[in-house]
Design a binder for this molecule. Structure first.
Ligand code: SAM
Length: 288
């Protein structure tokens, strides 16, 4: 599947010193090549420490003594470990109503526009790279609160992520008290109920029913073929190289029609990356 790693004893540059495991330059390169191939995530040399920290936990759990053994396990095509490896390499930071300007734009501009011009009363939204669910749940809460006469609309939110473990958290809809503090306008009071533990809270079934969670790798095949009025792919492409980003925007464009929206993260841009979208607001794009 990828080039063989040398024995640990052959390593030239290793993180050894007081560390539990040696990570040779060859092993580091092998692992980051595999991450890129599996997920599109590009890890530069400065991510060596991060890779070490995250994977040392896997070695411990598996009872392995060296990164050489770990590389061999991945090379053997062990599907369960390949999945855990990919999960360990993703960064899942997210929170409710992250980047509030996007939700404000939806509330004050996009939703009123849809009410005025969407004759079918049908909305399809994709949260691509949804992590533990805060993004799609925020969208569903916003629509419940701000789209008048929602019951007469056909609204579906597709929420996908490559990381199977963070996706399980998303599906569970269980959060801790402090995680809902950023939800504005007292909306949290209406859409969460107390869980079994003191600081555990659960998302309401009405919100849950609006969202379809699916395991999906943006680098793989895309089973979806229908139009998405809005795509949220925020704080995901930042981990990809420019070429991968360009291809991804081209693929998004095939699922959108003129006037449809694409929202990306605060440190991301489509500048000189895609002729299919016009910038219309802070990290908000419209399909041309
Ligand atoms: C930092 S989180 C962003 C979550 C949310 N969109 C937000 O802005 O708060 C990035 C997510 O992208 C996912 N991801 C990374 N590479 C992916 C890929 N190739 N396909 C699907 N999801 C991917 C990660 O698993 C992670 O959950």
């Amino acid at each position: 599947m990828f080039s063989k790693a040398p024995q640990a004893s052959q390593s030239l540059t290793s993180i050894t010193d007081s560390r539990q495991f040696a990570l040779s330059s060859h092993e580091f390169d092998t692992l980051r090549e595999l991450v890129q191939k599996l997920t599109g995530i590009h890890l530069s040399e400065c991510k060596r420490e991060m890779i070490y920290r995250r994977l040392a936990k896997r070695l411990d759990l598996l009872g392995l003594k060296t990164f050489t053994e770990y590389c061999k396990l991945l090379e053997s095509g062990d599907t369960a470990e390949i999945e855990d490896f990919a999960n360990a390499m993703t960064t899942n930071l997210t929170y409710f109503f992250r980047e509030p300007h996007h939700f404000e734009y939806m509330q004050h501009t996009l939703i009123p526009e849809q009410v005025h011009s969407n004759r079918e009363r049908k909305l399809r939204i994709w949260s691509a790279g949804c992590s533990s669910g805060e993004e799609p749940y925020s969208l569903a809460i916003l629509l419940q609160e701000c789209l008048p006469d929602l019951s007469s609309w056909d609204v579906k939110i597709l929420a996908t992520d490559l990381d199977s473990s963070t996706l399980s958290k998303a599906k569970s809809g269980v959060y801790r008290d402090e995680q809902i503090e950023r939800i504005p306008n007292g909306w949290a009071d209406r859409w969460f109920t107390q869980g079994r533990d003191n600081d555990e809270i659960i998302i309401d079934a009405t919100i849950r029913k609006m969202i379809y969670f699916r395991h999906h790798n943006l680098m793989g095949d895309w089973p979806m073929s229908k139009r998405f009025n809005m795509i949220f792919c925020r704080n995901v492409i930042i981990y990809f190289d420019k070429d991968t980003q360009r291809k991804l925007f081209e693929r998004f464009a095939t699922l959108q029609q003129p006037e449809d929206h694409l929202f990306i993260g605060h440190s991301e841009t489509l500048h000189q990356m895609s002729e299919f979208y016009d910038l219309i607001g802070q990290t908000i794009y419209k399909r041309t």
